[in-house]
Ligand binder design. Sequence first.
Ligand SMILES: [Zn+2]
Length: 155
Amino acid sequence: MWSGRARACSSATRRGWPRSARPYAIAGLPQNILGTTDRAGNIVIRPGLSADDFAETLRHETVHSMLTASNRRVADLQMSAYNSSHLWRYAEEALSETYGTLSPLKGLTFPLTAPGYDIAPKRLIAEAAGAAGVVGGLGFGGYQLAEGIFGADRP
Ligand SMILES: [Zn+2]
């Protein structure tokens, strides 16, 4: 489960130690939570994990930590987006889990199948369509602007 104040992740299993990991603390976490990254990017890992679980969890949390802005206001906005947007949460967890497990397939399915992320596929699709609409609108606006500046019928 995830607390709302921190990203709490229930990832598991794989080989290898992280190549570039961030500093972390070992501390007790609620049941089924292997690691967390708070809004300041601080990582906490549950004690007593197997070497493989530890490595995977640290890689996963390292991505969250690296994505956390150093500017406090931006970091607060990021945490707010993480908590309110299914698309944002899916994208961040999929990216983290892909690096954590070193498997894009596991990474892309993890946020939808692991408990506690509360990501509804319908909401995810609706948000993705909305985001595509905004990007498409910006693209069309850019096209019109370029047409206005350079003219439509240039050879
Ligand atoms: Zn995570």
